[in-house]
Design a protein around this ligand. Structure first.
Ligand code: GLC
Length: 501
């Protein structure tokens, strides 16, 4: 964690953490496996199980989008709550399903929450404002949670709603607000505060930066008892104008309550020993199956078979943040130099088109699939030799963690979570697990790829590098314990934070 670490105590010879079971309510727009757009879904889909395993009681609230298959997930009857909205109340039915010890609360309301898309409707701000109001209403029922943990701008009004003045306040509940990506703030001209029954007092930062607009991300940061983000490095970076997306003065004010906890991955889902989507299973002790996965991947993308040709994999959203401009510049160079590249993603139509053109020109060496395909993603993680992630900025990043687990060596821009989790093998020969570059230029990225190819040609070094990554522990165990400490800090802070001016 960015600040204090949990203090372990010893019980019966086993190292355990002091445990006061907490009642924790998560609120998120995305939760895997029910509704997923990006990494937010994976985090909220797996951290609660890890907290449950530590003995805590966790519920996770999400909107019941039209695309969530009720029959498949066993979503049945529920209880109605009346969520204040637009000067009246809207009926929201909370349908709960327990899975792996975690209670999922599907918030069902047909007009706003029941839309098929997670994001991209013209009235997203209203939809998520209703979601916030429903979460507040649910939290205020018979036995309120100890901690409400809200994620990203979609739930940015939750901390403030829980702190509503006087009779409406929930004094026993602490709030944690986690920033997964500061680039999306939910900025709006809509009078959302009025919609959910909050006073229309504007934050100083809103007045200064946005004229009449409201910034739900800023309000989450301003009102939560503690604020966190998904790596120590990003917690430091967002205090600077380069990464702060205009909110750095507000974050600076909350600096003492700002923490960074690196994400884990679900090591049951991402496990080359048991993964059912890949051509052959393998492990750090017996990595032979990886060669079969590579051959199968080359075949799947109709690329020439060849163990000696390096395959670079890319899985992710094709947007600015992920460094698509660097990919668009460097991938053709790699292809010209005889490498193979496989890529899976969707995103900005401009980049989708540019990459599709490239795939037409290099149809023998560049495999591209525009789309979202969980099974194919896992086959790329397993079958590629290297995993490219030249992100412009990266709060944490999950792709590099998954690729490490599959023995696929990451090549990354050293920012945010990438800088924390990937160590350059040339700079740190003893324990490097990947290749990284510091300055965000095509030349620096190309250089890191070239250094990766040098390692590829040395079979012993390649095997050692792969084994280092595969043996690392990126499960949620350690980070979940840090979240428990964070919740305790939030409980101690509770009530002190009335919102920054
Ligand atoms: C966002 C960030 C990514 C992070 C994920 C989960 O998608 O861009 O870096 O890993 O959230 O926290």
């Amino acid at each position: 964690m960015f600040r204090s670490a949990p203090i372990p105590c010893s019980i019966g010879g086993v190292r355990r953490y002091q445990l006061t079971p907490l009642k924790i309510l998560f609120a998120s727009a995305e939760v895997a496996p029910f509704a997923k757009v990006g990494g937010l879904a994976d985090v909220v889909g797996s951290l609660p199980q890890a907290l449950h395993a530590l003995g805590h009681e966790v519920a996770v609230a999400l909107p019941l989008y039209g695309t969530i298959d009720r029959a498949k997930w066993g979503i049945g009857a529920g209880a109605a709550i009346a969520a204040p909205f637009g000067g009246a109340t809207l009926n929201v039915t909370v349908r709960d399903v327990v899975r792996d010890g975690v209670r999922y609360l599907f918030m069902d309301e047909p007009t706003l929450l029941g839309r098929p898309k997670v994001y991209g409707e013209v009235d997203d701000v209203r939809r998520f404002a209703l979601f916030c109001s429903a979460v507040r209403e649910y939290a205020g029922r018979a036995s309120p949670p100890d901690v409400v943990h809200a994620h990203d701008w979609h739930t940015g009004l939750v901390p403030e709603l829980l702190k509503q003045r006087d009779a409406d306040r929930l004094p026993q509940t602490a709030t944690v607000f986690t920033i997964h990506n500061l680039a999306y703030q939910g900025l709006t001209r809509e009078r959302v505060l009025k919609l959910v029954g909050l006073p229309e007092d504007r934050l100083l930062i809103e007045k200064k930066r946005f004229g009449k607009q409201v910034d739900p991300m800023a309000r989450g940061i301003a009102f939560a008892d503690v604020v966190s983000t998904v790596s120590e490095r990003y917690a430091q970076e967002i205090l600077t104008p380069e990464f702060g997306e205009g909110l750095e003065p507000l974050l600076e004010e909350r600096r003492n309550d700002l923490y960074g906890i690196v994400n884990g991955i679900d090591t049951k889902v991402f496990d080359p020993r048991t993964d059912r989507y890949i051509a052959a299973n393998y492990s750090a002790d017996d990595p032979t199956g990886k060669a079969q996965c590579k051959a199968a991947l080359q075949q799947e993308f109709k690329l020439p078979a060849g163990a000696k040709t390096p395959v670079f994999g890319v899985v992710g959203r094709l947007v600015e943040q992920k460094g698509v401009d660097l990919l668009a510049a460097v991938v053709p160079q790699l292809l010209q130099a005889g490498m193979q590249v496989v890529m899976l993603g969707t995103g900005d139509p401009k980049y989708e088109e540019q990459l599709t053109d490239l795939a037409l020109n290099f149809d023998k060496t560049f495999g591209l699939k525009i789309g979202f395909d969980v099974a194919l993603a896992q086959r790329i993680y397993a079958g590629a030799d290297f995993f490219l992630m030249p992100s412009r900025f990266e709060p944490c990043g999950l792709g590099q963690l998954i690729s490490l687990r599959y023995g696929t060596i990451p090549v990354v821009h050293a920012v945010g979570g990438l800088a924390v989790t990937v160590r350059d093998a040339d700079a740190r020969p003893a324990n490097g697990n990947g290749f990284s570059f510091d300055t965000y230029t095509a030349a620096a990225f190309r250089n890191a790829c070239d250094r990766a190819v040098v390692a590829f040609k040395d079979a012993d070094r390649l095997a050692r590098l792969r084994a280092i990554g595969m043996r690392e522990d990126h499960s949620w165990d350690a980070s979940a314990k840090e979240y428990v400490t964070l919740y305790e800090t939030a409980l101690a802070n509770r009530g002190k934070q009335e919102g920054v001016a």
